[in-house]
Write a protein that binds this ligand. Structure first.
Ligand code: FMN
Length: 326
């Protein structure tokens, strides 16, 4: 898949997830096979750019190219400024969030709430595209609600405004995360525009990725929740799409090495105390299907230092391997 000057290969992309797709997770997913990783959304409100959270969100040191930063907001001028600001701080792609249903975002008419107002969508896209020399991408849902699936109209507006790729989550804003994603609207969008389309929603296996690509004609798949605790899903999907064959699942040893590396990066990136806290949800995801997961989670969540968190994690994997060998 081509997005402006960037060749995205394999066509398997990490979805933006606030609180999840920070730099340590993006670097890891890239290393394990993702063709592109989109940042957590960053606010277009300049009053919030100088918080520690915002500073960490625009730290792209050592991140493999192309660096894609998502911006969220409702005001064309503010979004254009935010795009410029992020390009000045290393963004090589700007992604605009019109897909997030979170109240925090929608109550100010940002995120997927914008889909209701196509004229405003056009003003925002034109302003951001004109503001930056890098490609601008857009993430949408299929529409506002099931009676207003205006994804095709929004896609045409996006293409006319110079958007270089479009990610579509196969749910409406009103669906939140309920029900199953539908791919018919994504297929209709793909046949209505020339720009690359990324299909998103409920893709959690190599087979499902292949089915969605087949059903929609999309150029790439975008994976969100299925990558939580399973960052190797990118290479698994990429390998299956390229060969029709499955890669062997990672061994406990390999999972342990990936997880320990991830924890160490979180500790270094956020500092010990916030790093240990932020790591807890990832630990829960990696280990949720392991025997003894509950007891491990209770013990590791009580650890308050980075060293203790790492020690308990390694001990958990040693127990797993002993059980497997028995
Ligand atoms: C924890 C979480 C945070 C999310 N944050 C964002 C976000 O910041 N921007 C955005 O466009 N979508 C966000 N999403 C939506 C995802 O990008 C994706 O569209 C959605 O999860 C459906 O894909 P999936 O079924 O592969 O998870 C978020 C989803 C989750 C679960």
């Amino acid at each position: 898949m081509q997005i402006g000057p960037h060749t995205i290969t394999p066509p398997v992309v990490l979805a933006p997830m606030a609180g999840v797709t920070d730099k340590p997770f993006r670097v890891l997913c890239k290393r394990l096979g993702a063709g592109l990783c989109v940042s957590e959304m960053t606010t277009a409100d300049p009053r919030l750019w100088h918080t520690q959270k915002s500073r960490l969100r625009r730290d792209h040191e050592g991140e493999p190219a192309p660096v894609s930063v998502q911006i969220a907001g409702y005001d064309p001028h503010m979004l254009a400024e935010a795009a410029r600001f992020n390009v000045d701080h290393g963004a090589q792609l700007i992604d605009i969030n019109m897909g997030c249903p979170a109240k925090k975002v929608c109550k100010v008419d940002a995120g997927s709430a914008l889909l209701r107002d196509e004229a405003l969508v056009a003003r925002i896209l034109a302003a951001v595209v004109a503001a930056v020399p890098v490609p601008v991408t857009l993430k949408i849902r299929t529409g506002w609600d099931r009676d207003h699936r205006n994804g095709v109209a929004v896609a045409r507006i996006a293409e006319a405004c110079g958007i270089k790729a479009l990610a579509v989550h196969g749910r409406t804003r009103a669906d939140l995360y309920q029900g199953e994603a539908e791919y018919d609207t994504i297929a209709a969008i793909k046949s209505a525009v020339q720009i690359p389309v990324l299909a998103n929603g409920d893709i959690d296996s190599p087979e499902q990725a292949a089915r969605v690509l087949q059903a929609t004609g999309a150029d790439a798949v975008m994976i969100g929740r299925a990558a939580q605790g399973r960052p190797w899903i990118f290479r698994e999907i990429a390998h299956y799409l390229a060969t029709g064959l499955h890669l062997p699942a990672p061994t406990p040893d390999e999972v342990c090495a990936v997880l320990v590396g991830h924890l160490e990066h979180l500790h270094a990136f956020y500092g010990d105390v916030p790093g240990v806290r932020i790591a807890r949800k990832h630990l829960g995801w990696y280990c949720k299907d392991h025997p003894g997961a509950e007891a491990f989670r209770a013990a590791v969540n009580a650890a308050s230092s980075a060293a203790e968190q790492l020690r308990l994690t390694r001990a958990h994997f040693e127990r797993l391997e002993t059980a497997l060998a028995a």
